[in-house]
Design a protein around this ligand. Sequence first.
Ligand code: WTA
Length: 653
Amino acid sequence: MDEAGTDGRHAVAVSSDGNATDPPESFRESAAVVDPDVYEAFERDWPDAWGRAADLLDWAREPDTVLDDSNPPFYEWFPDGRLNASVNCVDRHLDERRNQLAIRWFGKRGERRSYTYADLHREVNAAAAGLRELGVEEDDVVTLYLPMIPELPVTMLACARIGAPHNVVFAGLSAEALATRIDAADSEYLVTCDGYYRREDAFNQKSRADNAALRIDGELAATVVVDRLGDALEIALGEDEHDYEALLAPHDGETVEPVARDATDLLFVMYTSGTTGRPKGVEHATGGYLSHVAWTTKNVLDVRPDDTYWCAADIGWITGHSYGVYGPLALGTTSLIYEGSPDYPDRERVWDLIERNAVSVFYTSPTAIRSFMKWGAEYPDAHDLSSIRLLGTVGESITPKAWHWYREHVGGGTAPVVDTWWQTETGAIAVATLPGVTPMKPGKVGPPLPGIEAQVVDRDGDPVDPGETGYLTIDRPWPGMLRGLREGAERYRREYWVETDEGWRYRTGDGATVDEDGYVTILGRVDDVINVRAHRFNTAELESAIVAVDGVTEAAVVGDDSGGVVAYVTTQGNVNPDSTLRESVESHVADAVGEVARPDRVVFTPDLPKTRSGKIMRRLLEDIARGEEFGDVSALRNPEVVGEIESTVRGEE
Ligand code: WTA
């Protein structure tokens, strides 16, 4: 296909699908994008059209160049621009909405805290001054190991203010996982908390951080501890440890001059799983990332300043970074942050929060939607959810059934349901419908966004015909893309890029199909990555924790159809696979990786199905776990084991 996209793939006109649903007229009237020409406009004027994303930001120095692609695949977006992310998310809103809420926070125990933009400005500045006092300088990486409390976005923005990249580690990850990420990021500063509540119980996060500190190769210059639990957990602070409030107090009311960063300077690093057992440090640049995130928050999620917007994802992962913190705050809206679980204290919780806060845009994952469906429509139906204008979903494929349920019971039967595909590496949404323009097709993500050249190709790199299975790739750079990996240029190139006749091609790692209208359907990962309850892990990370258990010989983990993990485990001949061993397998994974990855089922089997070359057939094990049909297994080295595994799995149900 040619550069101009004249084959028509970019003009999204849906003719061939009876299930397509047009955006409702009432929504279209005030949607951010209503002109279908936006697709062509980006093609005509690519890459300069992306300048309109940069125009959503305030720059200390406006960029003259949109894209420097002179050294692919090391692309630089807005390379001569300078900006500060905290200015864009806080300071620039002070004139117009000083007293508007920036953050509405709801704690696990029914606590509430609200921050106006003025409040946020005050605390971000005090935190920035506090971090500086500890010695944090521009380009020092600060690791944040905090649950969903306001101090997390506050310290992220404080880091951004002084040009110190943050390295947020999901609070549910283990001490070991934290230690690996502190070391890999060369980080000498840690912000954590005393603990947090898990349902009724206070959990000691600080002791986990202490364990991590003992394991790291480097040394922490300073640790800041947020007092989340008050009297519930008394923590004695050691040398080089500082109480967050006491650190900030003397700086209350101070203003810290924001550091103007090059657009290509690092805003943050986020570790995620890839093709090997060791997580990779994905690096995001300040200007391109923030532009793309702001553009998609506005034009895909249709968020406006007067919305109360709720992204339910944890800030410890990319979705929470982009759409819980940076996107909504860059646009000056009110972002709801909820610390608790959706069914605590009861199953009314989510609907109650939406109703009371008049949430207008709600963004969550299919995993959560499946739970809501299981609990029953009577819970949302008992609430007035008429404030909802748009619903979003991300993280895995949504079935048409779940899509319709979500729209019917949460979206009042009319709200657009926008399925959004993207990754830690893409930084922001890359494939989705534009809710005021593009028809939705339940179960299909949608066409690539304007300016994004995603396509599905076969093994040889040729685009597949509609309906055929292939690999999802992206052929041109995009502003939110990772600028590199912490592990270096070579690893970055090898991990993601292939050179084709037309140029460089980014490999997403997802299998997909595309239909006649260019709508992409994601089939799942083609590499060794699994998505567990919308969190991303490499199979080897979990499997190496399992084989470390005494008596275990081999392990294979797969995802099941409710977002959980099934571990298939073989034991040494003399070891009895009893409940103690099962418990041991589960707790090893929780300790090594985190509670979120704890296997939902452990299936002991005499052997794992293998190809003749000895490769474990994970796809087959996954089909069994999901209760799906699977093909001919006679080519396996040990086909006899399949029936045995299947009956063990069925027998357990
Ligand atoms: C999967 C999360 C189907 C996909 C933002 C991708 C999806 C991985 C969708 C990235 C979707 C994300 N439909 N699958 N709408 N969105 N995925 O890095 O496999 O945690 O590669 O980023 O999630 O996961 P990550």
